[in-house]
Design a binder for this molecule. Structure first.
Ligand code: UD1
Length: 368
């Protein structure tokens, strides 16, 4: 059984790592790891391969950054070639596996199904119902074209049924990102990142921001910064800056503003272990990331989500996340609740037990 496993951007690496490990239990399976190169910076890519123990990519497409059209088109063109070459050499792929919702996920899926290679989508069915999000488009297209839909939370099953997907293609398997978290939490506890940034456990907030809707408009970005500066007067903040956000802050002349806030510690994008050390010991997380809503729920850390909606409703309904949108008053209220110990507790779905990848491997090997 020959499987093409595709990764491109930072969150993909955390999701693919446990899958590659799980397939090692099956001698009849050969995995070929294809890295599109959507993320190429050392600290967005290589560091994750090292820390997560992922094998060196078997194929690197080196696509890099570009507009959505250019990036997507280049991935389609290059991956199509790889898949065709494999067939021509007499070692065709039986299936392609994609994870998450980034441009690489959708592009690889399109190329693959058009060549008749079926696709399994890991983290299928999530819907924000907000088509202004590029990831929502990627999710819809990827799911429409995949015939094996491996779902992380119950809402995903409902969404896919609503879209008319046949039940025999749907599998509630759990969350591979949480597999990685559980696997590496003991190692993350050995990180010295807190002392490097002069932080005390439970006495700081962790901030991340990178969604186009939050960082690409100068007015919105500045208003979010004002809120962060406000929070930092009460709680020290650490803010590892995504390259997109750093670029926007520079372009909009806002970098000095955030740099001059004494209680906001700026950091470059961090590796997986340092980041997990920070998220697991934070008093609160303020973010617009999807994965971090899930991780904070598992870690039991309050998460104030700077988005109007979420494709991961179990993190708000049962979990520790609250949707803040860009409502500064609500953010302050929730922060107050956190600091006063009144903020809600949360629990993660039972199926987030660290064994999602094993279930996925078993389904794929059985049903391929
Ligand atoms: C992508 C995903 C997003 C995911 C995020 C995690 C899509 C549509 N978006 O967003 O869902 O949450 O990754 O980080 O796929 N850049 C670098 N170095 C790199 C890569 C990018 O500096 O290695 C800069 C470039 O200026 C680039 C910008 O970041 O233009 C955006 O990169 P891109 O891959 O287009 O999207 P992300 O914002 O990273």
């Amino acid at each position: 059984l020959r499987l093409a496993c595709v990764v491109g951007a930072r969150p993909n690496f955390m999701k693919m790592a446990p899958l590659l490990r799980a397939f090692e239990a099956y001698p009849q399976v050969e995995t070929v790891l294809i890295h599109t190169g959507q993320h190429y910076d050392r600290n967005l890519s290589d560091v994750f391969f090292e820390e997560l123990g992922i094998k060196h990519p078997d194929v690197s497409l080196n696509v890099g950054s570009g507009s959505h059209g250019v990036q997507t088109a280049q991935i389609i063109e290059k991956i199509e070639q790889v898949l065709q070459d494999a067939s021509a050499e007499g070692t065709p792929f039986d299936r392609l596996i994609v994870v998450g919702d980034v441009n690489s996920t959708m592009a690889a899926t399109l190329a693959s199904v058009k060549l008749g290679i079926p696709v399994a989508h890991v983290e299928a069915g999530l819907r924000s119902f907000d088509r202004t999000m590029p990831e929502e488009i990627n999710r819809i297209v990827t799911d429409a074209l995949s015939d094996m839909l491996l779902v992380s939370e119950p809402s995903g099953i409902e969404n896919l049924k609503q879209e008319g997907k046949p039940e025999e293609q749907l599998y509630l398997v759990g969350n591979v990102m949480i597999d990685t978290l559980m696997h590496l939490l003991p190692k993350a506890r050995q990180s010295d990142v807190l002392s490097r940034y002069e932080l005390q456990p439970s006495q700081y907030g962790l901030v991340t921001l990178h969604r186009p809707a939050n960082v690409d408009d100068p007015k919105i970005l500045e208003s979010l910064l004002d809120v962060l500066i406000d929070i930092s007067k009460r709680l020290k903040l650490i803010f590892p800056i995504h390259p997109r956000t750093e670029k926007r802050l520079t372009d909009f002349g806002l970098l000095d503003k955030v740099k001059s806030a004494d209680a906001i510690v700026l950091a470059p994008p961090l590796g997986y272990l340092d980041f997990l050390a920070l998220s697991s010991q934070a008093k609160v997380i303020v973010t617009d990331s999807g994965g971090l809503q899930e991780e904070s729920t598992v870690l039991g850390v309050p998460c104030l989500t700077l988005r109007p909606n979420t494709e991961r409703p179990c993190t708000t309904e049962g979990g520790t996340s609250t949707l803040i949108g860009n409502d500064a008053a609500l953010l302050n209220q929730c922060l107050e609740d956190v600091l006063e110990g009144r903020y809600k507790n949360g629990t993660a779905p039972k199926v987030w037990d660290g064994k999602a990848a094993e279930r996925i491997a078993s389904v794929i090997v059985e049903r391929c």
